[in-house]
Structure formats: structure tokens, C-alpha cells
Design a protein around this ligand. Structure first.
Ligand SMILES: [Zn+2]
Length: 475
């Protein structure tokens, strides 16, 4: 698709400046409401954020709705009307909750939303109250345009919109979304059923060897945590046993922790291909060797990337197993007869839970497997949306227009988001919360990290991109 118009260019720069200032204040308001997940006893942070947004939406004449399936854990939604000739709606999706932020090592109070050195500091600054603030700013702008045309945004279509725009913010994304996206999908599927959705974790620039890539999240790995019950024989510590459950567990963990074989998926093949073409020098050749399954793949990746990205890339080309809990033993002189291991398995697109289980069993090995019983804790299937079609083309074209050096590239994410629920509902969902970052930014470290922060300049870039994407997909 060729996109030739520039909607944001039609609006004077001064009004963008005002919208930007307002966006920063919205973000600071949102950070100052700690919507920590898991909530403290009696905590209602998510509902307070939802109520804040409800008030803002009501103030501009919309009719927002709240779904509070569990007290204190609300989700919020509003709909802008198009004229209905353009098909199914467009969804601006986000989550209200943040992970905890013990303040000890932070430079600034994580819930004070301090502005320093050109950044807004605070828990949620990038995950993902920045995107909520940008999405709200897009909604406010569309409403202002509606009013300027003499229409009522609660009733009338927004001028130029051929499909509805949905604004939906959920609770509990950080812990599986049972009272959030899953309750919304069950009770109010019309809040999230759309021809396309934008969500967190993509469209953020990453500079590698001087080239500015914008990975757009089109797919997510699945998750399959297992509890492995290991049976040995109880005994006296003075007479060691081979079937000491602690010893068996240690062997099992050792086998599971080894990196598994590389398994290339179409989305990662394309990621590596586009990135290889973009990078200078021999970096492209190195990535092509990674894509081709070179047996030396991990060493190649370490040579090419800094440790943060190397760890991510290694995880994206395999089904991963991380043994994260071992429990066993009661006293130093008692040989334990039982042990429990909990492992976090992340599953590539195209894989099923039984296939992942078979991998775990094979890795444990026929000698140790008879001592084990595997219990699946929860299953979240991998999801994938097409890296092609009208919305994809608009994401790419709009990024290129706002940053001519942009190299947009589809990517798989090692984590899960609310897309786990929206994609199976038939809503292609893209991680696209556009930010243009300084080349030395360590964005992946900001997620859930100490001194989480987002730069004012990055937000200034993101807002018109998000607005233009919305206008174009709905126009
Ligand atoms: Zn998030």
C-alpha cells in the first residue's frame, strides 16, 4: 500500500506542542496513582487509574464504561464513532497495572513522576502508562476535531473516520489478566474485537551499529510453566543414597538449564533477513549465519550484540526452559525423599503444549524421568498476527515518514501480553507504542527495571505517529 497523505502535517506545530505538554502531564498523573500488581491488601490502584481515565473521557463528552469484575481491579473503555463504511473497529489497547517498584535503588521516588534530564521517571513510564497517555491524547485530538466540525462526539461520527476507534485499558496484564483482559473478552468482547489493535512493546527504536531499527511486535511466544514433582527415598544423612531427591533434582535442573537446539520460525527468519540487510560490515553476514542455523550460533550472537540483546535473541530462536524454583529437604541429616522444581517454558509460534511437554521429558532423560511427575501450571498459547496487509503497511509507512532512517522490522516477543487474548478473538494485535530513542538507550532494561523512565523527546515523536496511524487505518 502506498500512503501519500500526511495527516499530522495538516495540523499546526503549535497545537502539537500543546498536545505534547498535556500528554506529559497525563503520564505524570497516571504514574502518581500506584496501580501495583499484585495489589496490596485492599488496594484499588487499577480502579483509581480507570476512574481517572473515565473522568478525562467524560470531560470531553464521551460516555466511557468501567468493568470491575473484581473489586479494585477495573478496566475502562470508550468508543469513538466512525461513519461505519470502513469495516470493523480499530483498537487502542493498554493495561493499567504496573509491577512493584521497591524505591531503595531509584534515583527518584518511583511514584512521584519526577522530570529530570529530559526524562519522566516512574514505574509505568514505559510499561505502559506512556502508551495510555499517547492513546488518550489521540482520542482527545479526534474529539476536538469532531467538535470543531460542530458535531457531538458522544453521538456523531468523527469527521473522516470510517471505522470506530476503541480505547480499552485493562487491569492485571502483569499477572495473566483474569480480572482484566479475560473478563473483558468474556463480558464485553465488543471492547476488544477489532480489525486491528495496537498494544505495548514495539515500534520503539533500537540503534545497532548506527542503524535505527523499529521492531514491531507481531508475535509472542507461548508460556507453559510446569511443576516437576521428584520422588526419591527418605533416609539418614549418614548413609548417602543415589536416589536422594535433592541430588536427582540437581541433575534434572542441570539438564533442563542447558540451552536447547535452535528452531527458526518464519517471523524470526524475516527479522534476521531484514536486519541482516540493514546492518553494515560483516554484521549482516553474521546474522545470515544465525538464520541458517550455524552450529556456533550463540558465540556469533555474543560477538554481534551487547549482552541484553544477545540474551533476547538467543531466547527468540528456541523453545526456552528456565528452572526458577527448587524446593527440597527438611534437615541437614535427613535425606529428602521429595523435591519440587518449577520451570518456566516459553514456546515458539506453531508449537503446542504437548509438544513442549515432550521436549521437557526428553531433556530430563529416560533414566531420571521415572522419578518425575510433570504438572502443567498454566498454558498460554503462542500468538501471531500477519506482518502484511493494510494495518502493517500503514505502521511501516508512517514510521518511515516520521523517521526517514527508520528500519521497521517484524519481531517475535519472548514475553506475553494481552494479545494472548485479543488475537484468538480475531483481532490482529501489534506491539506498537512508537518511541524514537537516543542511540545509547537500553530500553529493554527499563521494563520492570530500576529508574524506569521515558524521554520527553521520544514521546514527542510518538504522539503524531500514533495519531497518523489511527487516522489512516480508519480513514
Ligand atoms: Zn506491559
Amino acid at each position: 500500500m502506498v500512503v501519500t497523505t500526511r495527516p499530522s502535517a495538516l495540523v499546526a506545530d503549535r497545537s502539537w506542542a500543546a498536545a505534547h505538554d498535556r500528554l506529559i502531564e497525563t503520564l505524570r498523573d497516571l504514574i502518581r496513582i500506584p496501580s501495583i500488581n499484585p495489589p496490596p491488601p485492599g488496594g484499588d490502584g487499577e480502579t483509581r487509574v480507570a476512574r481517572y481515565l473515565e473522568a478525562r473521557l467524560r470531560a470531553i463528552g464521551l460516555q466511557p464504561e468501567i468493568l470491575e469484575s473484581v473489586p479494585g481491579r477495573a478496566s475502562v473503555h470508550a468508543r469513538l464513532r466512525g461513519d461505519g463504511t470502513g469495516g470493523d473497529p480499530f483498537l487502542l489497547l493498554s493495561h493499567l497495572d504496573v509491577v512493584p517498584a521497591p524505591p531503595d535503588r531509584w534515583t527518584h521516588d518511583p511514584f512521584a513522576a519526577v522530570i529530570a534530564d529530559g526524562y519522566v521517571y516512574g514505574r509505568g513510564a514505559v510499561d505502559m502508562k506512556d502508551m495510555i497517555a499517547m492513546e488518550l491524547a489521540v482520542v482527545e485530538r479526534l474529539v476536538a476535531e469532531c467538535r470543531a466540525a460542530g458535531r457531538d462526539p458522544a453521538r456523531d461520527p468523527i469527521p473522516g473516520l470510517r471505522r470506530d476507534v476503541l480505547f480499552t485499558c485493562t487491569s492485571d496484564e502483569e499477572a495473566g489478566g483474569l480480572p482484566g483482559i479475560k473478563a473483558v473478552a468474556r463480558e464485553r468482547p465488543d471492547w476488544v474485537r477489532a480489525a486491528g489493535a495496537l498494544n505495548e512493546c514495539g515500534g520503539v527504536s533500537v540503534t545497532i551499529l548506527g542503524r535505527r531499527l523499529y521492531p514491531i511486535q507481531v508475535a509472542e511466544k507461548g508460556y507453559a510453566p510446569y511443576r516437576i514433582h521428584v520422588s526419591g527415598t527418605w533416609g539418614h544423612g549418614s548413609m548417602p543414597r543415589d536416589d536422594n531427591a535433592a541430588v536427582l533434582a540437581a541433575r534434572i535442573v542441570d539438564r533442563l538449564a542447558a540451552p536447547g537446539p535452535v528452531r527458526m520460525t518464519p517471523v524470526m527468519e524475516r527479522f534476521l533477513e531484514v536486519t541482516a540487510d540493514a546492518l553494515p560490515g560483516d554484521a549482516g553476514d553474521v546474522l545470515r549465519r544465525v538464520a541458517a542455523g550455524d552450529p556456533d550460533v550463540d558465540r556469533l550472537i555474543d560477538r554481534l550484540c551487547d549482552p541484553v540483546y544477545a540474551r533476547a535473541l538467543r531466547a527468540l530462536i528456541r523453545n526456552t526452559i528456565s528452572p526458577d524454583i527448587i524446593q527440597t529437604g527438611v534437615k541437614y541429616n535427613v535425606i529428602p525423599g521429595d523435591a519440587v522444581i518449577e520451570i518456566d517454558c516459553r514456546v515458539l509460534p506453531g508449537m503446542t503444549e504437548p509438544e513442549m511437554r515432550a521436549i521437557v521429558e526428553e531433556r530430563i532423560g529416560p533414566d531420571l524421568l521415572p522419578a518425575c511427575r510433570l504438572e502443567l501450571i498454566v498454558w498460554g498459547a503462542p500468538v501471531e498476527s500477519p506482518a502484511e496487509g493494510p494495518l502493517w503497511d500503514i505502521l511501516v509507512a508512517t514510521l518511515l515518514e516520521h523517521d526517514p532512517d527508520a528500519i521497521p522490522v517484524p519481531v517475535l516477543a519472548p514475553w506475553g501480553t494481552d494479545a494472548k487474548t485479543t488475537v484468538p478473538l480475531g483481532t490482529p494485535t501489534y506491539g506498537f507504542s512508537p518511541l524514537r530513542l537516543d542511540p545509547d538507550e537500553r530500553f529493554l532494561d527499563r521494563f520492570h527495571g530500576v529508574d524506569e523512565r521515558v524521554s520527553l523527546e521520544a514521546l514527542k515523536f510518538g504522539l503524531p505517529v500514533l495519531y497518523d496511524v489511527t487516522r489512516r487505518f480508519c480513514g
